[in-house]
Design a protein around this ligand. Sequence first.
Ligand code: UDP
Ligand code: MG
Length: 327
Amino acid sequence: MDSLTVLVPVYNEEAVIGEFYRRTVDVCETLEGTRFELLFVDDGSSDRSIELVHDLIQDDPRVSLLRLSRNFGKEAALTAGLDHVDSDAVIIIDADLQDPPELIPDMLKLWRQGYDTVYGQRTERHGESFTKKVTASAFYRLMARVGRFSIPRDTGDFRLLSRRAVNALKSLPESNRFMKGLFSWIGYPQVALKYSRDPRHAGDTKFNYWKLWNFALDGITSFTTLPLKLASYIGVLLAFGSFVYGAYVVVKTLLWGDPVPGYPSLMTVILFIGGIQLMFLGVLGEYLGRMFDETKRRPLYLIQEHVRGRETERKTSVIAAAGESVK
Ligand code: UDP
Ligand code: MG
């Protein structure tokens, strides 16, 4: 019998947890030959989410809770979850029902055919603003252009990962966890499963544009050094241009003398070069800051509470008992 863990990051999702649980369990109960558990990773919620998950744990032995000590962000929550699963396959899914749990059986089918990653690829995104769609698509296009491996377009975190893929992810030591990038970085056979993304069932999105911008910066800086190279090339071009222009000024002065005009052009050039320099200092800073974060080697998350569902407890004790009898 295969085991499946459905991994759900939760941050202030009291409005959707009940419905999410109902729909997901309904689907998972139809699975044949698969034992499933639900692992909620609470990312420092301040509403009633934790209470609701505790209630579920009371009634359903297949539900577990991993609670982080504060809000660490979705990437850290996913990392924490993956660090704590031991099943044959893991499905990562948002709590807000934007990713339909009804796709789970299809994902498992593809996994059984030998794929290590089955990622949901959105053909449509309902209920999201025009700006969000445009910026998201621009970001995916940019990443596809600059990355050294391709990150599939229109793909979020909704996916199935095999045991082998999870182990690979766990072995990556970096603290800047841009999961979409890491998922692709590991390679292994991957396949897309197309679906149309629903609007949020209830509650509000946790990502505003500022967060998304920083998320995009994380993605770019952790997977390409192109901006740094760009700085060198633009520098070379400018230096060359300045040299030519300098030669022109010298020759002009020698031939016709210098009646001291040119304040506007001087200002323009100074401001332009100053601006470019500051901009690329900023780019350097982005990389340096991230190196600083990496060198601190802080843990990615801290756990406040880990309630293992009774089903998981039973499984572990069976394994432990088996181990003892072998000794
Ligand atoms: N989430 C999280 N930590 C955060 C922000 C979000 O664990 O700091 C979870 C959230 O509860 C949800 C998923 O990540 O299950 C996706 O969040 P959301 O729906 O707000 O993002 P969107 O779909 O708008 O990109
Ligand atoms: Mg959402």
